[in-house]
Ligand binder design. Structure first.
Ligand SMILES: C[S@@+](CC[C@H](N)C(=O)[O-])C[C@H]1O[C@@H](n2cnc3c(N)ncnc32)[C@H](O)[C@@H]1O
Length: 287
């Protein structure tokens, strides 16, 4: 049984790696929009983790490195940031982005966040922006971050809150599942977009990993775009679980599902564009 679970989790991670390798370029192309969407949440996350000049910072599931570059600027030339990610392709883009920005204090390492393979007690701070919810075993990911942080070091993670406050995600998922003929899923199923949004769950996982002073802050983060179509373009070109679900349909059936999602998301049209509600959880603690 334990082996079967372990094998499932390895197969799941291989699929996640493959999806992000494939979507790496388009995720990076959307950086200006992602950056605007997550601006205030990212600043708060770096403050809460204690990212300051001279610090050695770990960025887990760094993706194309948008927040890595912010960290590199904050820690300055006397500090360093190590960007880690499961996907070699997206991390290669992060490396290129850092070089182009002239930031020489960024290192990269391909690593599963559940098994970082780094020395213990070696970082002053750690962050993970919209990555931890993809881990099949987030408790193990938090134990790894705890292990590699120095005593007293800070951590802050950003994940999606629950289904009630993330109606765009629930609309995408429910429409995709219905078109694929799959029964509704538990939104808190491990590895899903909303998996860590269950009330109290993330604090509990932090405490079990050994962190002190654990506190979660809810952050309202509406995604403002010109239209619902722009949001759909973002979703279609990123490695979302929706892609996986619709991957089993032929092109015309999948297109019908995408069209219905767009139609349903138009309820968030405003006088000046489109505003999709999103709520995030920032969980901060100390080792
Ligand atoms: C939504 S993107 C976020 C990227 C970046 N942190 C940002 O906010 O722009 C999620 C990232 O998590 C990474 N990821 C998923 N599962 C992972 C795991 N088990 N270990 C490390 N990275 C993982 C993916 O490869 C992807 O780059």
């Amino acid at each position: 049984m334990a082996t079967a679970i372990a094998m499932d989790s390895e197969a799941f991670k291989a699929a996640v790696r493959n999806q992000w390798d494939t979507s790496a370029r388009s995720w990076n192309d959307h950086t200006p929009r992602i950056r605007a969407w997550l601006r205030s949440g990212t600043d708060a996350m770096l403050d809460m983790a204690g990212v300051r000049p001279g610090a050695h910072v770990l960025d887990v599931a760094a993706g194309a490195g948008d927040q890595t570059l912010d960290i590199a600027q904050r820690v300055g030339p006397r500090g360093r940031v190590l960007a880690t990610d499961l996907s070699p392709a997206i991390l290669e883009i992060a490396k290129g982005n850092a070089l182009r920005a002239g930031l020489r204090n960024v290192e990269t390492r391909v690593a599963d966040g559940e098994r970082l393979g780094l020395d213990g007690a070696s970082f002053d701070a750690a962050i993970c922006r919209l990555g931890l919810m993809f881990f099949p075993d987030p408790a193990q990911g938090l134990c790894e971050m705890h292990r590699v942080l120095k005593p007293g070091a800070g951590i802050c993670t950003m994940v999606f809150a629950g289904p009630e406050t993330n109606p765009c995600i629930t609309t995408l998922m429910s429409t995709a599942l219905r078109h694929a003929g799959v029964p509704p899923r538990d939104p808190y199923q491990p590895g899903g977009l909303l998996s860590l949004g269950k009330p109290g769950l993330i604090d509990e996982l932090f405490k079990r990993a050994g962190f002190k002073d654990v506190a979660t802050t809810r952050v309202d983060a509406p995604f403002r775009l010109p239209s619902a179509r722009d949001y759909m373009e973002f979703i279609r070109s990123s490695a979302s679980p929706v892609q996986q679900i619709l991957g089993r349909l032929d092109a015309s059936a999948a297109n019908a599902a995408w069209a219905e999602m767009e139609e349903r998301l138009k309820r968030f049209d405003t006088a000046t564009g489109w505003e999709g509600p999103n709520e995030l959880l920032l969980t901060a603690a100390r080792r």
